[in-house]
Design a protein around this ligand. Structure first.
Ligand code: SF4
Length: 385
């Protein structure tokens, strides 16, 4: 039985030793040995690639990639020979391995195979007024949250900028085919975005500046990597911050969310406070309700005491059921009672509907269901709005 919940996380696990120089170039290297995929190219690099072409070709290619999101062969404003060359040079990062659509057709989940054979997931969630894609920032995750399929399967590697941006472009194309505009991106798929901060942030800049997504509709989520929150507070694009809290006392959170041992709740609260002061953005706490684990009146009181001084909004969702994990999500009546209790205690809370339980839509579940059985427990969370 592999169980790394009790080990301490070091900086290598967290990716905190990969910080780029401040104000550095927006070219963040892909992992050595991996091919550079089409959205890994920066404008400057495309300029070098197209040095033998007129200068405006870079703009045309950039627009083809980001505005149209189509294959190079479809860029009819370019000569045929150049299109063929670009098709060979600008290879996609994501190879579809599986796709699941929920019974109501509103949720689509993809399992992608990357160039090195790693697999990641992304989920498109459609609502009457918006379409949101939940993207992965790492293949696997080192955070080892005990209720999470991805965490239990361990860490493979950080995703590149291009691997993150392409998840959004693919989801945008799918939403558009159904007549809907992709409006929101949440980094709540596989991985801890702040453990891969530089690439994640460059991907955010691309989504904001080149894919045209509003900062208000971009949400970075963390399980509590405090240095990442502090860096986000200094960042130029005012995206939303969601902290996956799940417990508001250190003793229990240490066991469920091991990063809490590194950054306990008081340290996390201080960073959240400073983030809100610096950005004036609303902070939200994600709380996956787990039957008998974090859904009692006492837990609601602890959460309220923690959230109120930070004026944080709370998003509640019942943990997605997962084969291989003994604990289940809080039943609907318990979810309502928890939300009512928070309201009584002066905390704003929204109950999120679990999306796509019929398609393994929680992070890590689809990959787990397609992985040959191992002796690793494979529970899974559902933190997605
Ligand atoms: S819940 Fe998120 S941070 Fe925790 S192990 Fe799973 S993917 Fe990583």
């Amino acid at each position: 039985m592999i169980d790394d919940r009790d080990r301490d996380l070091d900086d290598g696990d967290l990716g905190l030793d990969e910080r780029a120089p401040p104000g550095g170039a927006r070219t963040v290297p892909v992992r050595p040995g991996l091919p550079r995929s089409r959205y890994d190219w920066s404008r400057a690099e495309l300029g070098q690639l197209l040095a033998d072409e007129p200068g405006y070709r870079v703009d045309q290619v950039w627009e083809g990639l980001h505005h149209h999101g189509t294959e190079p062969e479809a860029w009819s404003n370019l000569p045929m020979a150049l299109r063929a060359r670009l098709a060979a040079e600008l290879t996609p990062a994501l190879e579809p391995a599986a796709e699941s659509v929920s019974d109501d057709g509103q949720t689509v989940k993809w399992l992608w195979t990357l160039a090195d054979g790693r697999q990641i997931e992304s989920v498109l969630m459609r609502y009457p007024d918006r379409a949101t894609v939940c993207v992965s920032s790492q293949a696997g995750c080192a955070m080892a949250c005990s209720f999470c399929a991805t965490g239990q399967a361990g860490f493979d590697r950080h995703l590149s900028v291009g691997e993150m941006v392409e998840q959004v472009v693919r989801a945008r194309t799918r939403a558009a085919a159904d007549g809907q505009r992709l409006s929101n991106v949440v980094f709540m798929g596989m991985g801890e975005p702040f453990a891969n901060f530089d690439r994640t942030w460059t991907a955010v800049e691309r989504m904001h500046g080149d894919l045209g997504l509003s900062a208000r509709h971009l949400t970075l989520s963390t399980v509590g990597v405090v240095p990442g929150i502090r860096r986000l507070a200094e960042a130029a694009i005012p995206v939303n911050l969601a902290v996956s809290l799940h417990l508001a006392n250190d003793a229990e959170r240490d066991a469920l969310v091991p990063i809490n041992r590194r950054y306990p709740l008081a340290v996390l609260a201080e960073a959240c406070h400073d983030y809100v002061e610096a950005t004036h953005r609303r902070l939200s706490f994600e709380w996956a309700l787990i039957d008998g684990t974090n859904d009692t009146d006492r837990h609601a009181t602890e959460l309220a005491d923690y959230a109120r001084p930070l004026r944080a909004h709370v998003n509640l969702i019942a943990l997605n059921p997962t084969a291989g994990y003994a604990v289940r999500g809080t039943p609907p009546a318990g979810v309502r009672a928890f939300a009512d209790r928070l309201a009584t205690l002066g905390v704003n809370a929204t109950v999120r509907r679990t999306r796509g339980t019929d398609i393994d839509a929680a992070c890590g579940q689809l990959r787990a269901s397609r992985t040959p059985p191992t002796d690793i427990a494979l529970p899974g969370p559902s933190l997605m709005p």
